[in-house]
Design a binder for this molecule. Structure first.
Ligand SMILES: [Zn+2]
Length: 198
């Protein structure tokens, strides 16, 4: 039981409270012990260093790590004390990631006809020097793609449901299927919708 709890994911924020990683509870506790991180209590955003945290007694229903002499509450969110950068890894511009970003949805008509019926559309067509970039490529169903042809949305009188942008999520999080409820205060809904499979 304890073993499993130690493997639970903890959200790691940088000093500016931007999510930068997901670590195991074990790693989070080590960072806390080292004074490299503090625990954030998601209910009131209070910060705890190791000393304060280890004095807290788990309440009923709290997850805890059973030590020899005490029970330690399981942190769900920690913030690093020194690190203020964002993860360097940019999301790869790939077909697969565009499908994920656009939720397998045609960005013109909103249909979800399935992978076979979706294609990549250049918003400004290549014929008009449109580039293959995050902000110029969207998913389109075959019908919309055919209808739009080599025209811009304005020329074709078709409206994009939203402007395409480079996603800011980190593929690291996508590996964690389980959603920890308290994380939602630190990670935007938009992020979750993109990063997690349905
Ligand atoms: Zn469509």
């Amino acid at each position: 039981m304890t073993e499993k709890i130690l493997q639970r994911p903890t959200l790691v924020l940088n000093r500016n409270w931007q999510p930068v990683n997901v670590a195991t509870v074990t790693r989070a506790l080590v960072l806390l012990w080292n004074e490299s991180a503090r625990v954030v209590d998601p209910s009131d955003y209070q910060l705890y260093d190791w000393e304060d945290w280890s004095k807290l007694r788990p309440l009923d229903g709290d997850r805890f790590v059973q030590g020899v002499r005490f029970r330690l509450r399981v942190p769900e969110v920690i913030t690093l004390t020194d690190f203020d950068r964002l993860p360097a890894t940019a999301v790869t511009f790939s077909r697969r990631n565009i499908f994920k970003r656009d939720h397998f949805t045609c960005q013109y008509c909103g249909k979800q006809p399935g992978v076979e019926e979706l294609t990549l559309d250049h918003v400004i067509p290549r014929a008009q020097s449109g580039e293959s970039r995050w902000d110029n490529c969207v998913l389109a169903c075959l019908d919309c793609n055919h209808r739009k042809a080599d025209r811009t949305p304005e020329q074709a009188k078709m409206r994009l449901r939203k402007q395409p942008i480079q996603p800011t999520w980190n593929p690291l999080y996508a590996a964690h299927e389980r959603r920890i409820e308290s994380w939602s205060k630190f990670i935007s809904e938009a992020y979750w919708n993109v990063a997690l499979k349905k």
